[in-house]
Design a binder for this molecule. Sequence first.
Ligand code: COA
Length: 325
Amino acid sequence: MKEVIIGGVGKYTPSRKVTNEQLSNMVDTNDEWIRSRTGIQSRYVSSGEDTSNMAARASLDAIKDANISIQDIDLIVVATCTPDMFTPSTACLVQGIIGAENAVAFDIGAACSGFIYGLNVAKSLMITNNYKNAIVVGAENLSKSIDWKDRSTCVLFGDGAGAVVLSISDTKGIGHSFCKSDGTKWDAITIEGNDLDSPFVKDKIIRNSKLKMKGNEVFKFATSTIVKSINKILEDNNLNIEDIDYIIPHQANTRIIDYAAKKLKLPIDKFYINIHEYGNTSAASIPIAISEMHEKKLLKKGNKIILVGFGAGLTYGATLINWAI
Ligand code: COA
């Protein structure tokens, strides 16, 4: 039975860091409110880099870490809800920038759960199509989709990209995954597209391209699904929570992570948390966290890690990773 391992990781964040203090000069907010309600102290914000540039830089970082050639990449999957364009896909733009001419490239739209969905899809394609190496990227330029006058959302999000190289191996790697969605709650978080308007449309639909969120509804959904997803992964992989070395959750709010730790009766340091520095970077948050942990040498060969995400759609999911490098 073939295994798929994470063979390399990388990340990229814009150089501009924006503090809570700076935001308090733009909207009616303050550092104390943002820290105590979300755990966020700063976020990186693009000064012109778009999603594809950030994704390409994170990919090159991961390829270097995996010590493989760009020509060895068979598949590029980019998870994003803030693509540069409707078409072509951000993954095709990344392919062009890095010159991965042997790859097939496409995007996944599952918002903050996108990286988990992407890992799942890439692993399955690698096994069925005999691909040897893939890149899965989570990349977001949320600052272009934020209403900078809306204090209830503009303080929450940040820009950046994280990437992993997946490789076929004999070593145990990505375990059973779990992905789920609930499209009846589609309007809990939205970034809408083009207006529905043409000479043939009688009742136009005017759409809002800025991010809108029902914060309290999403909070309730997130707290219940984070616990449900972790338990499902333990069950499907025949593991107890004591077998897990780290949980790397989507970084949306430290209060969501605190809730999960209490519910699962786990010390908070089992969860990797870096939201204070990055804010919520949607699909990028989990691969940025993995890359940061790898840089800090926190991950040891043989470690068992659960990745868990939730977001617009509504979508959620989790994956077991046996750390192999
Ligand atoms: N600064 C100061 N006050 C703010 C504020 C800000 N940036 N944003 C909202 N407020 C105010 C509200 O207007 C409200 O004031 P009121 O009581 O006078 O009406 C008060 O703070 C409380 O607002 P509320 O929305 O109830 O706060 P909250 O504690 O629920 O926190 C979120 C709001 C968005 C941080 C929280 O609901 C959340 O994290 N939701 C999940 C978001 C998420 O995870 N999204 C991404 C999913 S991937």
